[in-house]
Design a protein around this ligand. Structure first.
Ligand code: F6R
Length: 366
C-alpha cells in the first residue's frame, strides 16, 4: 500500500511529479496555447467582473492561498485577500455579490472553511472550490470548482495536496490573465510551456533526497529553526516551518526574509539553523544580503538555490539545488526539499511521521 516506501508521507512526496501532471492533464493544452477548465469557463463573467478575489482556507491550504495571492495579482492583476477561514467566519467581513471567494481544501471537510463558504454564499458572493476529495462537502457546497486530482493523501502532513493546489490556482490565474488581457500571448505560451515541464523538474529536485538526509542528520537535535523567503517563496517558508513543526515537533517559524531585522534576528546565534530560499530571480540579491546578515551573527545557513548557484554557495553551510524555472512557478520546486528535510528529521528522531501526535487528517470540528 505504501508502494515500497517506509511512510505514506514519503510516497506522497515522490508522487508529486505524477500528481501535478494529473492536475493539469486535459486542462493545459500547450500546443493550442489553451487552458481548459470548465468551472472557470462557465463562470467567466463572475471572475472577470469581480472587484477582488477572497481566498479562504486553513493550514497548508492557506499557504497555497498565499502563493496564489502573488500569482493572481502579479499575472492577472486581480486584487486578492487571503483569509484564515476561522477568522473570516467570525469577524463580520465585508462581502458583496461582486466578490469571488475561492475556498481551498484538500479534504473538502474542514469545518471552518465550510462555515466561511456558507457565510460568503449568504452575502451573495460566488464561491469556487479547490478540493482534492471528490464529492466532499466543500465540493458540493460551492457554486463551481476544480478538483486537484492529486489522488488520496494519507499522511497527515500535507504534501502533494499543496503543490497540486498551487498548480490549479496557477492554471486559473493564467486563464484569467489571458481573458482579461493582462498577459501577452507570447508570455502566456511561455508560462504554459514552463508549467508543463514542472513534473520533470520536481523529479529532478527529488534527487537531492540523500543529500537532504545528511543535512537532516546534522540538524535533527536543533530546538528551533527559521525559514526565510521573499516574494513567491515567502509562503513556502511558512509551509516549510509548518511541516517541520507538525511531524518533528521542533519549533520552527517562517518569515519574509526582510522582516528579520525587525525582530527575529535577535534569535540568531550558532545554534540557530536558518533555511533560506534563495532562488535566482526572486529578489536574489536582496536575499543574499539577508544571508550575510545571518552569517555575521554565526547562524547556520541552509540555502535552497537554483542549479549552478555561486553566491549563496560561498556563504551558506549547505545548499540544496532545484532546477531553474519561472519565478511564479518556483514554489512548486522549492517546496520539495523542505518536505524532505522535515520528513528526514522526523524519521531520525523516531517520530510517527504519518500520524503525528494531536493531529487529524481532516478537522471537522472548529
Ligand atoms: C498541514 C495540514 C493541515 C491542513 C489543514 C486544512 O500539513 O495537513 O494544516 O492543511 O487542516 O485541511 P484541508 O486542506 O483538508 O481543508
Amino acid at each position: 500500500e505504501k508502494g515500497g516506501f517506509d511512510h505514506f508521507m514519503l510516497k506522497e512526496i515522490y508522487e508529486q511529479p505524477l500528481a501535478i501532471k494529473d492536475t493539469y492533464r486535459g486542462r493545459l493544452l500547450v500546443d493550442d496555447a489553451i487552458i481548459k477548465m470548465v468551472g472557470v469557463e462557465d463562470n467567466m463573467k463572475r471572475f472577470l467582473n469581480a472587484d477582488r478575489i477572497i481566498i479562504v482556507a486553513c493550514g497548508t491550504s492557506w499557504h497555497a492561498g498565499l502563493v496564489a495571492e502573488y500569482i493572481f495579482e502579479d499575472l492577472a492583476r486581480i486584487p486578492v485577500e487571503v483569509e484564515y477561514a476561522s477568522e473570516f467566519r467570525y469577524r463580520n467581513p465585508v462581502i458583496t455579490e461582486k466578490d469571488v471567494v475561492i475556498a481551498i481544501s484538500q479534504s473538502g471537510e474542514t469545518a471552518d472553511t465550510l462555515a466561511a463558504i456558507k457565510l460568503a454564499k449568504s452575502k451573495g458572493a460566488f464561491v469556487f472550490g479547490v478540493c482534492n476529495v471528490v464529492g466532499s462537502t466543500i465540493a458540493r457546497e460551492t457554486h463551481a470548482g476544480a478538483y486537484t486530482h492529486a489522488g488520496p493523501e494519507i499522511g497527515v502532513a500535507s504534501t502533494k495536496a499543496f503543490t497540486t493546489q498551487i498548480t490549479i490556482l496557477t492554471l486559473i490565474a493564467l486563464r484569467l490573465a489571458r481573458a482579461n488581457g493582462t498577459m501577452s500571448s507570447s508570455d502566456y505560451r511561455r508560462q504554459l510551456q514552463e508549467l508543463e515541464l514542472i513534473p520533470e523538474k520536481v523529479a529532478e529536485a527529488l534527487k537531492a533526497d540523500k543529500h537532504i538526509q545528511a543535512i537532516a542528520e546534522t540538524y535533527k537535535d536543533s530546538r528551533n529553526m527559521l525559514y526565510l523567503g521573499r516574494g513567491y517563496n515567502f509562503p513556502v517558508a511558512l509551509e516549510g516551518a509548518l511541516k517541520l513543526k507538525e511531524i518533528s515537533y521542533i519549533h520552527a517559524e517562517g518569515y519574509p526574509a526582510a522582516e528579520m531585522k525587525h525582530g527575529p534576528i535577535a534569535l540568531i546565534d550558532e545554534n540557530m539553523p536558518v533555511i533560506v530560499i534563495a532562488t535566482k530571480k526572486g529578489h536574489y540579491e536582496k536575499v543574499v544580503s539577508n544571508i550575510q546578515e545571518i552569517k555575521a551573527r554565526k547562524g547556520k545557513i541552509i540555502g535552497i538555490v537554483t542549479q549552478g548557484d555561486v553566491s549563496v554557495r560561498e556563504l551558506a553551510d549547505h545548499v540544496i539545488e532545484v532546477p531553474e524555472t519561472l519565478e511564479n512557478l518556483s514554489p512548486l520546486l522549492t517546496t520539495i526539499p523542505l518536505q524532505l528535510l522535515s520528513y528526514h528529521i522526523a524519521v531520525l528522531l523516531g517520530k510517527n511521521v504519518d500520524q503525528p501526535r494531536n493531529l487529524a487528517k481532516s478537522v471537522t470540528v472548529e
